[in-house]
Design a protein around this ligand. Structure first.
Ligand code: PNW
Length: 481
């Protein structure tokens, strides 16, 4: 029977919508008293982003937010996920640095505009844009103690300023990506790696693990602030969001099955075990990394354990995972496995997208929802899911809006989620597609598009794509009245 024929429904309070992040959409980089972030510095460094693209203007949501809220409303969404630019709120970033009233005003305007139109803001505190001031002052994320104290202060400022109206909070977005792409491969800000052909500084064998530790401690402190100082009166929820692809064993040998499990532990449990399970890192990571992986003190373990009200899940794709016989290299961060998109029979997991790392594979979503729910048992909010389309950036707008490839991606993934909920008993409370708008796709600049809304980067004109209406229709058909 087709999924549609089963007539499964989601409850009326299922929170769905689309997501973006500050540096990818806001622009206004030099306006409203905003201080620079490490992504300003990185994107302005020659050779770091495709075509030298930057987020200086991005899609200018800073000025066009009212128009964007109307567009969101026309899509029928119940929630919009945004992130706050820390350096717009505290331009230098630190706990003794001044708060910028214009920054607070901008987010008040956006949040109020959303609420006035019946849309709930789902707000991330850290989507990769560390204030440059903190990078300069003490090397940012590499300094666990200073970073955690400054993040705690920033969190207190924003919960206090917006928490009367914001009921869904995320501390960090995808800490694995921050730690590995920023500090092992060096292709994301601040661009550190042992590879001297690409980066002047960095140590891929130790820094990613230190950075991950800093994020966890900072997250724990911010969660504690919310729980103790704000939650009793504001009554919202606060969590962290972790990315993960589904690791399918390449063969059914015990070695490949174990390798796939280990890959998931390096990608997900690195953060999820401390937060949702044991307060400590998984054994497989300790075994491979030894003392390069930091240790939690007793107090820190207590701080970690249970420090999230839900599981925030970003998910895009799947991989086949093969056991590796050779010892793990010092810069390995995926559990010493080999990854491929092609099965033993030579069949690909899914068709190519513009992003080299992404192949649509909806059954992997269902499997990962199950894996996460079984291991951690927390209600899940899917906080990102979506795809780029190969060559979409070369199409004129009239053709780009006919994004049937993306329509199919969303329908398949949403159907897979529905089956996980109804047939496997996974608890999912919300779904936010990536992305509301085409936007600054980090090192890939504006060349890779993920939006359900086309943006003409010259005129900043927004045009809805088919996928926006397909997602709207899917939820209309699947949410109880
Ligand atoms: C996520 N990878 O990033 C981010 O949260 C978004 O800001 C981003 O635009 C979106 O996914 C699409 O890329 C990722 O290389 C970046 O595997 C890179 C990877 C995965 C996720």
């Amino acid at each position: 029977m087709s999924v549609a024929a089963k007539n499964y429904k989601l409850p009326a309070d299922f929170l769905w919508g689309f997501a973006t992040a500050a540096y990818q959409v806001e622009g206004g980089a030099q306006e409203g008293g905003r201080g620079p972030s490490i992504w300003d510095t990185f994107s302005h460094t020659p050779g770091k982003t495709h075509n030298g693209d930057t987020g200086d203007v991005a899609v200018d949501q800073f000025h066009l937010y009212k128009e964007d809220v109307q567009l969101l409303k026309s899509y029928g969404v119940k929630a919009y996920r945004i992130s706050l630019s820390w350096s717009r709120i505290i331009p230098l970033g630190g706990r003794n640095d001044p708060v910028n009233p214009e920054g607070i005003q901008y987010y008040n305007n956006l949040i109020n505009e959303l609420l006035a139109n019946g849309i709930a803001p789902f707000v991330t505190l850290y989507h990769w844009d560390l204030p440059q001031g903190l990078e300069d002052r003490y090397k940012g994320l590499l300094n666990t103690e200073e970073f955690a104290l400054d993040f705690e202060n920033y969190a207190r400022v924003v919960f206090g300023a917006f928490g009367d109206r914001v009921k869904h909070w995320l501390t960090f977005n995808e800490p694995v990506v921050v730690a590995t792409l920023g500090f092992s491969i060096g292709v994301f800000a601040p661009g550190r790696s042992s590879d001297r052909s690409r980066c002047q500084e960095g140590d891929s064998s130790t820094e990613p693990w230190r950075v991950g530790h800093s994020i966890l401690i900072a997250h724990g402190k911010a969660y504690k602030v919310y729980k103790e100082e704000f939650k009793p009166t504001q009554k919202g929820v606060c969590g962290i969001t972790l990315n993960g692809d589904w690791p399918e064993p390449y063969t059914q040998t015990p070695e490949d099955i174990e390798a796939a499990q280990r890959k998931n532990e390096f990608a997900i449990s690195w953060y999820a075990d401390p937060v949702y399970l044991s307060g400590d890192y998984p054994a497989s990571m300790r075994q491979q990394l030894g003392d390069r992986l930091p240790y939690f003190t007793k107090e820190e373990t207590a701080l970690m354990k249970g420090s999230s009200d839900f599981y925030g899940m970003n998910h895009y794709t799947a991989n086949y995972i093969k056991h590796r016989k050779t010892p793990a290299p010092l810069d390995d961060f995926i559990g010493n496995v080999d990854m491929t998109f092609t099965s033993t029979e030579g069949v690909d997991l899914g068709p190519e997208c513009e992003s080299f790392w992404l192949r649509p594979c909806a059954w992997g979503f269902r499997k990962l929802l199950n894996w996460i729910y079984k291991r951690y048992g927390y209600p899940i909010y899917v906080t990102e899911n979506g795809c780029s389309i190969k060559g979409e950036q070369n199409l004129p707008v009239e053709e780009a809006v006919n994004d049937d490839f993306r329509v199919k991606y969303f329908q398949d993934y949403l159907d897979a989620m529905l089956l996980a909920i109804h047939e496997d008993g996974v608890v999912v409370k919300g779904y936010l597609g990536w992305s509301f708008l085409d936007n600054f796709e980090w090192a890939e600049g504006y060349a890779t598009r993920f939006g359900v809304t086309h943006v003409d980067y010259k005129t900043l004109v927004r045009t809805p794509k088919k996928s926006a209406y397909a997602v709207k229709k899917w939820f209309e058909e699947h949410i109880e009245a």
